[in-house]
Write a protein that binds this ligand. Structure first.
Ligand code: UD1
Length: 428
């Protein structure tokens, strides 16, 4: 088991290149199952969530070939099983996408309920509602979600809640269904558009991705493709905050500035300078950030996956800021850890009130989930002294080469092995 040791107080300066988007990769990899030929996928991030996805594909019978560090070739033609065990699906939320993908390919999917970060209750009722609308019968059998149909038939699906996962799963299930599926109140996140572009590059007929009405006309088969995953919006946002919170000057390369508008707007409110280029951004941090208020919303609103990182910036801002998370009911578990470092934050349900302090102080803390872990790194970078972060396996789920990227711009972060007798139980 490893931990990160971060020496704070360094101003970040230089260039960071953003990797492929985690949330697009974990949708595109299961989508390969729908294809009848080999697919080559480029700009795949080197993160553990991708490794788990590849392992599941391999165990299902797909042939997987690493072409280089960020390019994989997958041949799904030999896949015979439509079952994903609890052992694998417990490790990540996106394992639920195997339900849509396998239902689309085999008219049958048996998948243990997904794991992933704990933000409170994470139901999949809207996914199931979508499968049922397409004609599948869904039962929970022996702890597994078991969905089957004789033939999936396109249908209108109205989502009661804007859900990224349900939108993706319904797209996957309907791509080869008979007739037209219309998803109303669909999520509009960039990774949904990326998934639709990937499927369309294999011959699917998906219109409207990126709007709240997505129309999928079923096709008989999908052919092989070569496709490059979009840059990771949240990884980019995290490094943008790293530049801002250290008063640094960092060029963030390989980004789509349009995907980052809400993050740019909030950083500018806190006094950062953000220069936009075609596929890069320069962030110059203020001497001391100003306070601001944030409400997280589905895209194009401010992403919930960026609120812990922004909370670090606002913890050292002048004045009082309020963050409201309207997406998840329990996404402030990291606040206890920031408090250990001297942050002054009061949480009431989905609202956190942050009274800015001059400085955070390095301390031993733990990552409570993926983005909370990223927030601890940011806190360590701007704090006085040394911060030791445990439970970093959460961070490895979604950040490619985080140590190398931060050290290349002047950060001081090390991955250190913790001898087994010193590992603190996770209940921390
Ligand atoms: C995805 C992201 C996650 C992000 C979230 C919101 C991936 C792999 N994960 O998660 O990082 O925080 O979007 O941007 O892309 N809901 C229901 N019923 C459902 C499904 C969802 O009530 O069937 C609710 C959830 O409890 C939550 C809200 O809808 O309150 C949004 O969830 P959803 O968009 O589905 O998040 P995920 O796809 O799980």
């Amino acid at each position: 088991m490893d931990k990160f040791v971060v020496k704070g107080g360094k101003r970040l300066e230089g260039e960071i290149t953003i990797s492929g988007a985690k949330n697009a990769a974990v949708a595109i990899l299961p989508a390969v199952l729908l294809c009848d030929e080999v697919c080559r996928i480029e700009n795949v991030p080197e993160i553990s969530d991708v490794s788990v996805m590849i392992r599941i594909l391999y165990e299902l019978g797909a042939k997987v070939k690493m072409i280089n560090r960020d390019t994989i070739e997958i041949d799904p033609t030999g896949v015979g099983s439509c079952m994903v065990s609890a052992d694998m699906s417990n490790r990540m939320r996106a394992s639920s996408y195997f339900m849509g993908a396998m239902l689309g390919r085999f008219n049958r999917a048996k998948v243990a309920p997904p794991g992933g970060c704990d933000f409170g209750v994470r139901p999949i009722d809207q996914h199931i509602k979508g499968f049922e609308a397409l004609g599948a019968k869904v039962v929970i059998d022996n702890g597994m979600v078991d969905a089957k149909a004789d033939q999936l038939i396109g249908a209108p699906v109205y989502l009661d809640k804007v859900s990224v996962g349900a939108t993706i799963n319904i797209i996957l299930a309907s791509v080869k269904a008979r007739g037209m599926t219309v998803i109303e109140n669909a999520a509009k996140e960039p990774h949904i558009v990326d998934l639709a572009n990937f499927l369309n590059s294999m011959g699917a007929d998906i219109m409207g991705a990126g709007t709240n009405v997505i129309k999928i006309r079923g096709v008989r088969s999908l052919h092989g493709t070569t496709y490059s995953i979009i840059p990771d919006q949240i990884e980019a946002g995290t490094y943008m905050v790293a530049a801002a919170v250290t008063g640094g000057n960092v060029l963030i390369k390989n980004v789509i500035p349009k995907h980052l508008e809400s993050i740019i707007a909030k950083l500018v409110e806190t006094g950062a300078t953000v220069e936009q280029y075609d596929d890069s951004l320069r962030v110059i941090g203020p001497e001391r950030p100003k306070h601001c208020n944030i409400i997280t919303l589905p895209h194009p609103g401010f992403p919930t996956d960026m609120q812990p990182q922004m909370a670090v910036l606002l913890s050292v801002a002048e004045g009082t800021s309020i963050i409201t998370d309207s997406v998840w009911d329990n996404r402030f578990r990291y606040v206890d850890q920031l408090t250990i470092m001297g942050a002054q934050i009061q949480v009431d349900g989905r609202v956190a009130v942050i009274s800015g302090v001059e400085k955070l102080k390095g301390a031993p803390v733990a990552a409570t989930d993926l983005r909370a872990g990223a927030a601890m790194i940011l806190a360590g970078l701007c704090a006085d002294g040394v911060t030791e972060i445990e439970n970093i396996e959460y961070i490895d789920r979604g950040y490619s080469n985080v140590v190398e990227k931060l050290n290349a711009v002047g950060g001081d972060i090390k991955r250190v092995n913790i001898p087994p007798q010193n590992v603190i139980p996770q209940a921390l």
